[in-house]
Design a protein around this ligand. Structure first.
Ligand SMILES: *Cc1c(COP(=O)(O)O)cnc(C)c1O
Length: 367
């Protein structure tokens, strides 16, 4: 028998979350962001529920090929653009739209031979200082692209650093608006957090939005890691069963490094999930888990193949009891991936992307 551990991808929740994002973004077209193998969910699995989007955005050319192989004929956007000249051949062959964020990418495009001119997304560095042209160099880059026979259309884009936090988007938005006010062309500004938290401020300013994490049901708000107020539903559940129990006396310790010591007699359950499955090793004592519908907590250090949980809240739990590490339990109870991530000092993104290959994945279509 395989280890009693699985990830479940909830197709119905992906559909719901996409519809939910559209409620915040008006008439804007939606790029479903499926980079990093759809944030760990698997491009092939999410394709059907997300095909109601207007396009797919990603950054790996092999992933773009996979989306085309699934039969998608609509737009595909490369979020980091091309890394070398021959990537442009693939763009031409597969009809990929691509970001242009530096002058080297314009040079490559100017030297590229193509029958069909490309759609490009010209990226401004409006303050994040990762990718993009500095504001004062943006208009020259735009003019240069506009003059190339290889270019059909230039869309104007930028990316916010603090859409999910207290700094917000105002400063970056002002820079972008000042530089692009009189430029023609479509615009694309918002990731999930900007789409949901700043929808009003950005109303009418996006022709294309680029949600990722919200589609997968994670909260777009760094300060309150709970997706329920946004009515987003978990797209991924990680669950396992208890494979052994232990009865501790006061003073007994648990696991490597003895980081948990019982202060009273108690029962613990050993769960078939560890850091080699993608559960964060840094999750501390007290990180929440679900035993059926009942919340409990992680005890002791997470090891490679196992972790241990407190059975005190559920006295009849034992070998075979289902433990939800994040997502939605069979009974419907939800443990937010963001809450688990926050306890472990990270974000839901990292946990979902880190789901290990050895975890069997089941596709669920729960209503
Ligand atoms: C990953 C990415 C997104 C999606 O961000 P979320 O926070 O997951 O919504 C949007 N735009 C760009 C440029 C990205 O790289």
């Amino acid at each position: 028998m395989p280890r009693p551990l699985k990830a479940t991808i909830h197709l119905q929740h992906l559909r719901h979350n996409l519809a939910r994002v559209r409620q915040f973004t008006g008439d804007a077209k939606v790029w479903a962001v499926v980079k990093a193998d759809a944030y760990g969910h698997g491009i092939e699995r999410v394709f059907d529920p997300l095909r109601a989007a207007d396009g797919f955005a990603l950054l790996d050319l092999a992933e773009a090929e996979r989306v085309r192989q699934l039969g998608w004929r609509g737009p595909i956007l490369l979020l980091e653009g091309c890394f070398e000249a021959r990537d442009l051949e693939l763009c031409s062959r597969l009809g990929l739209w691509h970001t242009v964020h530096c002058s080297e990418q314009i040079d490559m495009l100017a030297a590229h031979k193509t029958q069909l001119p490309h759609h490009v997304f010209l990226k401004m560095n409006s303050g994040m200082n990762r990718l993009g042209f500095a504001p004062e160099r943006y208009r020259a880059a735009w003019a240069r692209l506009q003059a190339l026979p290889q270019v059909q259309e230039v869309c104007l884009s930028t990316h916010f650093s603090d859409a999910d936090g207290p700094r917000g988007i105002a400063a970056q938005l002002a820079v972008f608006e000042r530089i692009t006010a009189d430029l023609p062309g479509e615009r694309s500004l918002s990731n999930s957090a900007a789409s949901l938290r700043h929808g009003t401020e950005l109303s009418g300013r996006n022709d294309w939005v680029r949600p990722g994490i919200a589609l997968y049901g994670s909260a777009p708000d760094a300060a309150s890691p709970d997706a329920r107020p946004w009515d987003l539903r978990p797209a991924m559940t990680l669950s396992a069963r208890i494979i052994a129990t232990q009865s501790l006396k006061a003073g007994d310790s648990v696991g490597y490094g003895s980081t948990f010591v019982a202060d009273r007699p108690m029962r613990i359950g050993v769960v078939a999930c560890g850091y080699a499955d993608g559960y964060p090793r840094h999750a501390p004592n007290g990180t929440p888990v679900l035993l059926g519908a009942q919340r409990s907590r992680l005890l002791g250090r997470v090891s490679m193949d196992m972790l241990t949980v407190d059975l005190s809240p559920v006295p009849d739990a034992g070998v075979g009891t289902e433990v939800t590490l994040w997502g939605q339990a069979a009974c419907g109870a939800v443990l937010s991936i963001d809450e688990v991530a926050a306890a472990a000092g990270t974000v839901g993104y990292e946990l979902m992307c880190a789901l290990a290959r050895r975890v069997p994945v089941q596709v669920g279509d729960l209503i």
